[in-house]
Design a protein around this ligand. Sequence first.
Ligand code: PEP
Ligand code: CO
Length: 437
Amino acid sequence: MQQATYRDQAELSEALAQLHALPPLVTSWEIHVLKKQIAEATQGQRFILQGGECAEHFDECSAEIIANRLKVLLQMSLVLIFGIRTRVVRIGRFAGQHAKPRSAGTETRNGVTLPSYRGDIVNGAAFTPEAREPDPRRMLRAHAHSAMTLNLVRALTNTGFADLHHPEYWNLDFIHRTPLEKEYRQILESIRETVAFIETVSGNPLHSLERTQFFTSHEALHLLYEEAFTRSVPHNEGIFNLATHFPWIGARTSDYEGAHIEYARGLVNPIGVKVGPFMAPEDLVRIVRILNPENDPGRLVLIHRLGAGCIADLLPPLIRVVQATGTPVLWMSDPMHGNTELTDTGIKTRRFENILDELEQAFDIHAAEGSHLGGVHFELAGEDVTECTGGASGLEDTDLVRAYKSQVDPRLNYEQALEMAFLIVRKKNRMENKSAQ
Ligand code: PEP
Ligand code: CO
């Protein structure tokens, strides 16, 4: 499902041969580290923050965009670590998020029908026959742009930029404009004091604070591309997808008899599966059995995206059937994809209050079912975009035109994303206080 149709098979073979020969983006060692951390999150010892673009675009592979996205994720993780006193696993939707599933194979405008845009790895977004023709050489560009992105992410997080002694380096220029600035600065001040205190008492600088860990993820949609980086390595057993640490399967390709589940079955990587409103509980059980037959903790992440209006009905039976299998899974909430709507003027948006509503319900439903929500999944931008309404600055429908940049799904902007982190802390602490009473 959802694969590109390439016209020139010789060109396709040539591109694939080149991809198969290129170095991978991540290592098997890193994949094992992430798997262990997901297993710990399943037990409540860590919390997972997954976030980034709906789709990366080649012409947005700039230092500023990459660094700003990293800053938001770092800031959110800091708010979470500080607020819920749990280690946070940071997973970016970046360095490979170039393929998009579409609800229709073609798009018609003014009587002209062309192939749908399937993400920069396949074709161009412009509505012309040339742009929309799938081009296999785009896979090489996707690999190159992923490598460039990851190179900067690795460099920034390994050195001064991500140093917890200087969290002010992660500030974005427009933090001054947000009502959350004061609360965020208080956290920074507390961290500074705590770090200084520990270093004084112990007499040693805390070198471990100088770097942070980031993992990558993307939707493993384009199977020819994924296959090119599906490899075995000398010192770790098994087959790895080395194009990303954490491939996930989207809601449109999660058929238990489909190619994507069959592909993921053979990997050592942790696998995410999006669970949408049309997933039947018995099919989810099949997926759990297929993808995690050995009950490996850290192997399977179920990312539900059911919508604020449906989650109360749909989630409890899904949790129950998975519990009955006895297989450990990490449950994650994607409160974005079930809450997309059109404004009166036809703009695709998501409302902050609905996103938050689904997320808060997710926490409560898991708790009520004796389960546990171990992570969150957001589409967000480090830019001051206006794509989702609501949040502390009260963005309205009429504000959306101001800075709407997404060619696919509407993302939380920097301020809405940071606010979401504060509200997760509030929700989790309320739940903790309630259960302590
Ligand atoms: C996405 O995560 O961008 C996406 C397409 O999600 P889903 O498969 O849940 O619709
Ligand atoms: Co999306």
